[in-house]
Design a protein around this ligand. Structure first.
Ligand code: ADP
Ligand code: MG
Length: 376
């Protein structure tokens, strides 16, 4: 219990507690920063935060995951980027709370660095908790953009706003359809359970670091392609616009554009397929998305490709890598009765290839950030 973690660390009962979930993205990858469409859902695994004000003009932040207490004086001057506490500190800095000290305890079930956005879960749980504790009155949209800004400008990971919007706005059994041009959100009832389906995550346990350059390179390739095409973003491009533009772009840029344009179309088709309970079509779209990320956007890895291929060969309706790429996790949509055989096939294939043993588990579409009741 997070309240207990807080009490053990600080010796008194916290004023309030919040939780915010990690997410998987069903479809729509690298489309958010291109003003396109995405379809994430929150997962049951959350980051929990307990918090209180202190009168010591100091931020004391403890993570049970790292078993580390980090301190910084308030108001924040420079943030030490070598510690995990840069995430909560970046959020606190942007919330501009001056010299109000805080005691914060954090504990997360979201696998860290697995592409399930433990970073957004951490940012959003802290932002929501501080907002409530100090009565800052910020809306969830304001908090989402503030957390994205923290990740972009302070942490230096040039990500879009999907993760934070998903973590703050998700609801149980629903995916969050986001138009990243207008930031309009629509909840889409999934109904996997009623259809006898499960969504599995295959965490390949291979690292990805969104601040390490590859992610930013893709983003820059998209932005430069948009510039060469004379459009404000790749969202302005449709499938038929792809005809004849290859002369305006480098071969690489053309492939990146083709991924983004088709991926946006696939998100729209996926929403329609879910609404029609046509899960075969949804599965087909997931696999097409994976192939596009593998061949056109070039962000997959041998482990992710293997997870997808083996899942497909052992009866999954669809599978794809999810998240920013270069490691992390894949998802597979499977019939509940086949879950065991798909899981075993993937373990076996990974062993045969000499890959790290993956972590395989199912995820359930869950609620977004909210306050925890006392001793919840
Ligand atoms: P992802 O968001 O896919 O999990 P990121 O690289 O974006 O991966 O974020 C992971 C980083 O977030 C970790 O390296 C760590 O610094 C920080 N982090 C996330 N959750 C926690 C936590 N509960 N305690 C400490 N650090 C955390
Ligand atoms: Mg992250």
């Amino acid at each position: 219990m997070i309240q207990e973690v807080f009490k053990n660390q600080f010796g008194y009962t916290p004023e309030l507690s919040f939780q915010a979930p990690g997410r998987v993205n069903l479809i729509g990858e690298h489309t958010d920063y291109n003003q396109g469409f995405v379809l994430p859902m929150a997962i049951e695994q959350t980051t929990k935060v307990s918090i209180s004000k202190n009168n010591d003009q100091i931020f004391r932040i403890f993570s049970k995951n790292t078993d580390e207490l980090v301190q910084a004086s308030a108001p924040l001057a420079e943030i030490d980027l070598s510690t995990w506490a840069k995430y909560p500190l970046a959020v606190i800095q942007l919330l501009e709370i001056g010299d109000q000290g805080l005691d914060i305890a954090i504990s997360s079930e979201v696998p860290i660095g697995a592409g399930l956005s433990s970073s957004a879960a951490l940012e959003c749980s802290v932002a929501s908790a501080v907002n409530e504790l100090l009565g800052l009155g910020k809306t969830n949209k304001e908090l989402a953009f503030l957390c994205q800004k923290a990740e972009n400008t302070v942490i230096g990971a040039p990500t879009g706003n999907m993760d934070q919007l998903a973590s703050l706005f998700a609801e149980k059994d629903k995916a969050v359809f986001i138009d990243c041009q207008t930031n309009d959100l629509q909840l889409v009832e999934l109904g996997f359970d009623q259809a006898g389906l499960e969504l599995m995550v295959i965490d390949t346990r291979t690292s990805h670091d969104l601040a390490d350059g590859d992610y930013g390179n893709r983003r820059n390739e998209c932005f430069s392609a948009a510039q060469h095409l004379g459009v404000s973003s790749l969202r302005q491009m449709s499938i038929k616009d792809l005809d004849g533009i290859d002369s305006l772009l480098s071969e690489i840029e053309f492939k990146r554009v083709r991924h983004v344009v088709y991926e946006n179309a696939r998100v729209l088709e996926a929403v329609q397929a879910i609404n029609e309970r046509d899960f075969q079509t949804l599965g087909r779209l997931l696999l097409l998305s994976h192939k596009s990320m593998r061949d056109d956007f070039e962000i997959s890895t041998p482990e992710l490709d293997e997870a997808v291929e083996v899942a497909m060969n052992s009866s999954a309706l669809g599978a794809r890598m999810t998240g920013g790429g270069f490691g992390g996790s894949a998802i597979a949509l499977v019939k509940t009765e086949n879950k065991q055989s798909v899981t075993e096939a993937i373990y076996k294939a990974f062993e045969a290839k000499g890959f790290k043993t993956p972590d395989i588990f199912n995820v359930i579409a869950s609620a977004g950030a909210h306050q925890l009741q006392e001793q919840a």
